[in-house]
Design a protein around this ligand. Structure first.
Ligand code: AP5
Length: 223
């Protein structure tokens, strides 16, 4: 299964991806994670990407498309991928279609995690992540990762000014992809402004990975 995850910064794409990986073992490709690792390692890609990322702007299409072409050569992508943060522009979406056609692996779904921008500002300013295992949490987790005991830190781009710019960039450059995938008849949407597990249950139903629970209407959860 090949899935594109769409949604504004902070909508919960990484959080839902982690749950899909844990339950179904899908291959998760996050361009943000790849770029942050490149910045940390001081590679040529990282040096080129850093200033864009710090400002909350998009890294140029040619760099991203080049890195994704390379990433798709790896054997772990053959059984299907969750693309988190790619594509982010129409140019990237067209390049992805070409790549998938060449590989004979069509996209099955573009899943939009839909959340109001004002909810997102609060979420991102309080997000904290684990340096060791990548766990995504928030300030309430404290300085120690609840999963592995690693150090929790705040991403450089999770400050209010940069978050607001990321939201503007999303509205201008990435949100047109909603219509792009609606036109391709593979768009599915979940309301991401609910508890994580509720969102995840809906994600699985919308991706055809679980059946919708029957609702007897009494609020008890029985069938
Ligand atoms: P990237 O790392 O992709 O950042 P993003 O899209 O801004 O997404 P985030 O990781 O911020 O949010 P998310 O939706 O994954 O939310 P999360 O699950 O963490 O990109 C960073 C930068 O890299 C870009 O700005 C750009 O410069 C560059 N870049 C990357 N890809 C690129 C591309 N293709 N082209 C060009 N440039 C590119 O959740 C957020 C918080 O909310 C967490 O604290 C979490 O615990 C909490 N949360 C999650 N779900 C819920 C819920 N249901 N209820 C309450 N809280 C929740």
């Amino acid at each position: 299964m090949n899935i594109v995850l769409l949604g504004a910064p902070g909508a919960g794409k990484g959080t839902q991806s982690d749950k899909l990986v844990e339950e179904f073992g899908l291959c998760h490709i996050s361009t943000g994670d790849i770029l942050r690792a490149a910045v940390k390692a001081g590679t040529e890609l990282g040096l080129k990407a850093k200033s864009y990322m710090d400002a909350g702007d998009l890294v140029p299409d040619e760099l991203i498309i080049g890195l994704m072409k390379e990433r798709f050569q790896a054997p772990d992508t053959a059984e299907g991928v969750i693309l988190d943060g790619f594509p982010r522009t129409t140019t990237q979406a067209v390049a992805l279609d070409t790549m998938m056609a060449e590989l004979g692996r069509p996209l099955d779904a573009a899943l939009l995690v839909d959340v109001d921008p004002e909810v997102i500002v609060g979420r991102l300013c309080s997000r904290r992540m684990c340096r060791a295992c990548g766990y995504i949490g928030n300030v309430a987790d404290g300085p120690v990762c609840p999963k592995c005991g690693g150090e929790m830190y705040q991403r450089d781009d999770d400050n209010e000014t940069t978050v607001r710019n990321r939201l503007e960039v999303y509205a201008k450059s990435t949100s047109p992809l909603i219509d792009y995938y609606r036109g391709a008849e593979i768009l599915v949407t979940v309301d991401g402004d609910r508890p994580v597990d509720e969102v995840y249950a809906d994600v699985k139903v919308k991706l055809g990975l679980a059946k919708a629970e029957a609702d007897c209407g009494c609020g008890c959860g029985c069938e």
